[in-house]
Design a binder for this molecule. Sequence first.
Ligand SMILES: Nc1ncnc2c1ncn2[C@@H]1O[C@H](COP(=O)(O)OP(=O)(O)OP(=O)(O)O)[C@@H](O)[C@H]1O
Ligand SMILES: Cc1ncsc1CCO
Ligand SMILES: [Mg+2]
Length: 250
Amino acid sequence: MSILTQIQKVKPLVLNLANQVTTQRVADVISFLGASPLMTKEIQEIESLLTIADALVVNIGTISEADGPIFLKACQLANQMNKPIVLDPVAVNVPYRASVVNQLLNAVSFDIIRGNAAEIAWFADKKVVSKGIDALELTVSPENAKIAAKRTGAIIVQTGKTDVVTDGNKVLFVSTDSPLFKVNVGCGDMLSATIGTFVAVSDNLIQSAYEATKFFGEAGVRATEDVQNLPGMFINAFLDEIYQKAREAK
Ligand SMILES: Nc1ncnc2c1ncn2[C@@H]1O[C@H](COP(=O)(O)OP(=O)(O)OP(=O)(O)O)[C@@H](O)[C@H]1O
Ligand SMILES: Cc1ncsc1CCO
Ligand SMILES: [Mg+2]
C-alpha cells in the first residue's frame, strides 16, 4: 500500500507548532492530504496532545521568547514517545533563531529537517546568501545537505529549484520547475507539514521524505499549468491538485 493510501486509511494526527503567517495553509495541506491537523502553542497541553499525535512539525517562523521552552518540551517528549519530528528552521541564520535551534540540537534528535539552501547551509556551518526567509542562491549543490545530515543525524530536505533529499550518503533529487512556489510565501511550510504527514504513517524516513517532496512538487507543477502561471489562484489550485492526487493513489 502506498504512503498516500496509508494516510487516507489511518488519518494520522499531525501536531504543529506552526508560525503565525501560514498556519491556515499548513492546516489545509494536512487536511487535503487526508490527515488531521492540530495547532498548538500551549505548553500545558503538549504532553496530552503528543500522546495522541502521530507526528510533530516544529516551525520556528515567528519565534518568540515563550516558544523556546515549548519547542524543547515538545521535542523531548516526542523523542521519548518515538513520534517523528520534522523541523522547519525558518531563517535560522538569524542569531536569535540560531541560538534556539542550537539548544534544541544539543537536547533532542530530529528525524527530518526541511529548509531552503541558506537554512540548510547553516547546519553545515557554511554561508549561503539569504535575505530573511528566502535563500538567494540559485545553484543547488547536495554537499551542504549531506554535511548537515551527517552532523544532525536527520534526513535533510533542502529545497530550491531542485530539491535534495539525503541521509548523508544516499542523495535523491526532485525537480520543481514553477516560479509560483516562490511568489507564494509559505510553500516551504506546507512542504514541511506534508513531509510530517507522510512520516506519520511510515517508518522509512528517507522514503517518506522523498515521496512527500516529489508528490508536493508534482502537484505544484500541475497547479501552475491550471492557473496559467498566475500566482493569485495558485494555492487553491495547488490544494485541489493535492486533494485529487492523494485520492487517486493506489
Ligand atoms: N526557484 C524555484 N523554482 C521552482 N520551485 C522552487 C524554487 N524554489 C523553491 N521551490 C519549491 O518551493 C517549495 C518551497 O521551497 P522554498 O525553498 O521556497 O522554501 P522556503 O524558503 O522555506 O519557503 P517559505 O519560507 O516561503 O515557506 C519547494 O517545493 C521547492 O521545490
Ligand atoms: C513571511 C514569514 N515570516 C516569518 S515566517 C514566514 C512564512 C514563511 O515561512
Ligand atoms: Mg521557509
